[in-house]
Design a protein around this ligand. Sequence first.
Ligand SMILES: Cc1cc2nc3c(=O)[nH]c(=O)nc-3n(C[C@H](O)[C@H](O)[C@H](O)COP(=O)(O)O)c2cc1C
Length: 382
Amino acid sequence: MSGNTFGVLFRVTAFGESHGAALGCVIDGCPAGVPVDKAIIARELERRKPGGDAPDAAPASTTRREADEPDILSGVFEGKTLGTPIAVIIRNHDHYSGDYDALRDVYRPGHADWTWEAKFGVRDHRGGGRSSGRETVGRVAAGAVAKSFLSQYGVVIQAWSSSIAGVAAPAPGDPSFSLALAESNSLRMPAPSEALEEILAKIERLRLEGDSGGGVVTCVVRGVPPGLGEPVFDKLDARLAQAMLSLGAAKGVEFGAGFASADSQGSLLNDTPYQSAATELLTPAMAPDGVPPMSFKTNNAGGVLGGISNGMPLEFRVAFKPVPSISKKQTTIDRAGSVRELVVKGRHDVCVVPRAVPVVEAMTALVLADMFLLQWRNWQRN
Ligand SMILES: Cc1cc2nc3c(=O)[nH]c(=O)nc-3n(C[C@H](O)[C@H](O)[C@H](O)COP(=O)(O)O)c2cc1C
C-alpha cells in the first residue's frame, strides 16, 4: 500500500489502523533546532480528540475516548529537533473491536469497505482500519511539528467550522463573527454560544434519528510570504487541494472566491494591486531586488496567483460529507452478494467538521513547511 508518505523535502510517513496497537508518523526533513516537545504535539492531538461521553463532550463527535498521548521516539533532544527523523506514536486504548464484527462481511454504504476490499482483497474491518478518521492522529502529530517550524517565520494557521449540517456560522464581517470564540466552543464555530443553539439542536436531532450531517471548514493562513508554491504540478493551491482531499469525507475545496468566480467577471474578480510597504515578515533575503513590494485591495484569489503565494492571507474552504456510518437502517450487500439491511454499530461522529478543524490546520502546515523548504533555494539566491 503506497501513498502513506506526503511532501518533497518535509516528508511525513503516517501509519496505523483504528484498532491496531498504535498510529503515528515519521517526519524526515524537518530542520534542526525547531522547538518540539511532547506538550506541543499533545496540544494539537487534544484538539482533534473525540469528546468522549462526558457532559461537556463535543456533541458532534464519537464517544470513543482515547488518551491520545504522543510518545516521541526519536529526532528530538531537550525540546529541539535534531534534524534526524522524528518518530511519534500514539497508542490505541479505547477500542471495542467486537462492535464491528457485523461489518466483517458487509459493506457500509458511503464508506471505503468495498473499494478497499476490491483493491487489496483483504481489509481490517475493525473501526474502518486505516480508512478510519482515527488515521488523522498521525497527520496532526506531524502537523504540530510543521506548525512549530512555521511559527518561527510568523506563519499563523487558523481554521474553524463555517457550516455544520446545513447551518452556517456568521461569516467574517458579520458583527457576531469572532475568531477568538472558535476555540471556546465544542463546535469550533466563530460565534457566541447563543448563535449555536440551532446547530446543536440539529446535531441532536440527527443523533436521535441515527443519522449524520456534513459541513464546511474554513482555513485562513496569515504571514505567508510571497513565493511559496512550485510551478507547474506543485502549485501551492494544487498541493493544498491534494492535502485536503486526502482527508476522509472531504468532497470539495475552494480558494478565495472559489466556485463563485465562475459566475463573476474579470473586472470584478481581479484583485487590484497596489505598491505596499514591504511586509515586516519578509526578510531582505525573501524579497528579490528590483521587484516592488505589492499588496492587493481584495483577496478573491485566496492568496495564490499562478500557484504561488502572493503575500495575502491564504483562504480556502473544505467541504465534508455526512459521516457514512449511521445507525439508521440502510440497504447494502454482503460478501456473498446478498441484500442486507444494515444498522451500523460502533461509535461514530455525527459530523466530522469540528474534529476536522485541527486536521485541516495540520495538513496546511505540512504543505507550507514543505513549500518553505522548497523556496529556500530561491531566497538564498537573492
Ligand atoms: C476527523 C474525521 C473523523 C471521522 N469520523 C468518522 C466516523 O466516526 N465514522 C465514519 O463512518 N466516518 C468517519 N470519517 C469519515 C471516513 O473516514 C470516510 O468517510 C471514509 O474513509 C470514506 O472515505 P470518503 O468519504 O473520503 O470517500 C471521519 C473523517 C475524519 C476526517
